[in-house]
Design a protein around this ligand. Structure first.
Ligand code: MLT
Length: 203
């Protein structure tokens, strides 16, 4: 399958490759500056969501705000996983050394990849994620560090939902750290700086 994407070769072979997932209405260019702040020497694979909602790119369909089309979400999660397998071969990056960076809808698809595949990512930075799916048995995520950036007054992903996601991921063994902000659903520069500091502590 093909997905519109950008690949940028990094300068340090062992550094994890960052996989970038934009928010609704975004493109594969949006998170490039963030990636440079998180890990300047990493390779980057940045993907554009394959679904359009009134002309706005997304990673999966939704029936309404906050109500996901679960069949499409599952289909798109598999499509992305296969895309990453192929992109790794094509661009020569290590499929087993990927760190996801997603915002909003992009954080939700990255979360869904973690919910479905044990080896999706080595770590993840999720900015304002929701619980992508309920009623699933998660794979063993032990040893996987996950940063969640959340808003105590985020109307789209409520603090309760952030805590539910944290519990689901921790319950599967992931080492989850939640960073709270007070700017609604916005991705602020202080949240990006916190994510970068968290990343640099791991690597
Ligand atoms: C979603 O649809 O994934 C969430 O509501 C976040 C967003 O607005 O994209």
């Amino acid at each position: 399958m093909s997905m519109k994407h950008i690949f940028q070769q990094g300068t340090r072979q062992e550094a994890p490759t960052l996989v970038l997932f934009h928010g609704t209405g975004g493109t594969e260019r949006d998170l490039l500056p963030l990636a440079k702040q998180i890990s300047p020497d990493s390779s980057i694979i940045s993907v554009r969501g394959n679904v359009l909602e009134n002309g706005m790119p997304r990673f999966f369909r939704r029936l309404a705000e906050g109500v996901f089309d679960e069949a499409d979400l599952i289909f798109r999660t598999k499509e992305l996983s296969e895309f990453l397998d192929e992109a790794a071969i094509e661009n020569g990056f290590d499929r087993d050394n990927l760190v996801a960076v997603g915002y909003s809808n992009g954080a939700n698809i990255a979360g869904s990849l973690l919910f479905h595949y044990k080896h999706a990512f080595k770590a993840a930075i999720l900015h304002h994620p929701m619980v992508p799916l309920r009623g699933l048995t998660l794979p063993d995520l032990s040893g996987i560090p996950i940063f969640i950036g959340a808003g105590s007054n985020d109307p789209i992903c409520t603090p309760q939902e952030t805590e539910e996601l944290q519990e689901l991921l921790s319950g599967a063994g992931a080492a989850v750290e939640v960073h709270w902000e007070r700017y609604g659903h916005q991705l602020t520069s202080t949240e990006v700086a916190a994510a970068a500091a968290w990343f640099q502590k791991q690597w």
